[in-house]
Design a protein around this ligand. Structure first.
Ligand code: NAD
Ligand code: IPM
Ligand code: MN
Length: 365
């Protein structure tokens, strides 16, 4: 029996509704594979901020530093400015624990109709490799002349050679591992890397990004790759999503592309994410792509697929590859049966009843 010690941060809104769904599936699959989970639960959230003045305690990061992984629902609530909830919890965890890759896979499942014509199950299956600790998300800058006619806001994007290099290398490694590549590629899509850029408009950072991508890919002649401007790339993701395999992107571009890609696959509620510390000197953090969805929170109708798939990514990261595949297959089986769906996907299931269907699919294997 392996024991995995997980730091659990349900957070706010539907974060608290989808986390129990993911835990139920982890429990079921863990039982079958000899994996025990122990959870330390933290109430770090906007509610905590409103009563105690901080999203997490001053020694918060020390309390979760020793865990095998962190599982987070989502944070953000009306009444607390987003920059408070995010810079008080989510972003410090990503940065302090050097989770410099945000891995966001997308696939069109059989039985889940994509809003995009021609996006077919089995064909659309790619991953966004998002830079997660630098880039456009920076604290450098400021607001000046508040309340005056010449008021302004400035924000500096920070791209480092080391930061871009390690992110791009991760994407290239993934392209070599994910499917066949190079001469052995089974299709033109396999092993194909796309770099999201905007060097036609952003003069300093993006040409620098492009240069590093070109240098790193030159070291791997078997990898086929291209760069696309983020605006055109956004259109191509909708018009021809099946041509992508690995997309490497800066922090902000990757953020936007991942919600767009989730929508191509059926909806924001299905997309998973892993904030990875590839060196494994700190815990990695697993959280669905979506946020706390205040518009549907408290109604028990949040789609738990993103959180459950995220749990599968955590299993994979912890080395439980079979268990991870079993969870992903169970999601696929429920969707392929075309019966149970939450309202965002046009059905009437609740978070709990959808999760029960996934649990049944796990047990049916
Ligand atoms: P959101 O992802 O919370 O919601 C966008 C839309 O998608 C909403 O209409 C919502 O109802 C729907 N949606 C999202 N997840 C769903 C699910 N699982 N099932 C069904 N429908 C779902 O994004 P937002 O509205 O931009 O942000 C709301 C709050 O969440 C903000 O405070 C934001 O800062 C925060 N946020 C947090 C995280 C995080 O903690 N990781 C991520 C994104 C946004
Ligand atoms: C995400 C979210 C966050 C991000 C926000 C809430 C800061 O949108 O995880 O995709 O932009 O990274
Ligand atoms: Mn986002």
């Amino acid at each position: 029996m392996t024991t995995e010690r997980i730091a659990l941060i349900p957070g706010d809104g539907i974060g608290r509704e989808v986390v129990p769904a993911a835990l139920a599936v982890l429990e079921a699959v863990g039982r079958r594979h000899g994996i025990a989970f122990t959870y330390d639960e933290f109430d770090w959230s906007c509610e905590r901020y409103l009563t105690e003045g901080a999203m997490m305690p001053a020694d918060g990061l020390d309390r979760i530093r020793g865990h095998d992984a962190i599982f987070l629902g989502a944070v953000g609530a009306p009444g607390v400015p987003d920059h408070v909830s995010l810079w008080g919890l989510l972003i410090p965890i990503r940065r302090q624990f050097q989770q410099y890759v945000n891995l966001r896979p997308i696939r069109v499942f059989d039985g889940l109709d994509s809003p995009v014509r021609g996006a077919v199950a089995g064909e659309v299956d790619f991953v966004v490799v998002r830079e997660n600790v630098e880039g456009e998300y920076s604290e450098i800058g400021g607001r000046m002349s508040r309340g005056f006619p010449d008021e302004l806001a400035v924000q500096e994007a920070v791209f480092t050679r080391a930061g871009v290099t390690r992110l791009v290398d991760f994407g290239l490694d993934l392209a070599e591992r994910r499917r066949s590549y190079g001469a052995a590629a089974a299709s033109p899509r396999d092993g194909y890397v796309t770099s999201a850029t905007k060097s036609n408009g952003i003069v300093h950072t993006m040409p620098f990004w492009d240069e590093i991508v070109a240098e790193r890919t030159a070291l791997r002649p078997a990898i086929r790759w291209d760069q696309e401007h983020i605006d055109a790339l956004s259109a191509k993701l909708v018009l021809d999503p099946a041509r992508f395999d690995v997309i490497v992107a800066s922090n902000l571009f990757g953020d936007i592309l991942s919600d767009l890609a989730a929508a191509v696959a059926g909806g924001i509620g299905i997309a998973p994410a892993a904030n990875l510390n590839p060196a494994r000197d700190f815990p990695s953090m697993f959280e669905p792509v979506h946020g706390s969805a205040p518009d549907i929170a408290g109604r028990g109708i949040a789609n738990p697929i993103g959180a459950i798939w995220t749990a599968a990514m955590m299993l994979d990261h912890l080395g439980h590859l079979e268990a991870a595949a079993e969870v992903e297959n169970a999601i696929a089986a429920v969707l392929a049966a075309r019966e149970v769906r939450t309202p965002d996907l046009g059905g009437t299931a609740t978070t709990t009843s959808f999760t029960q269907a996934v649990l049944d699919a796990v047990e049916a294997r």
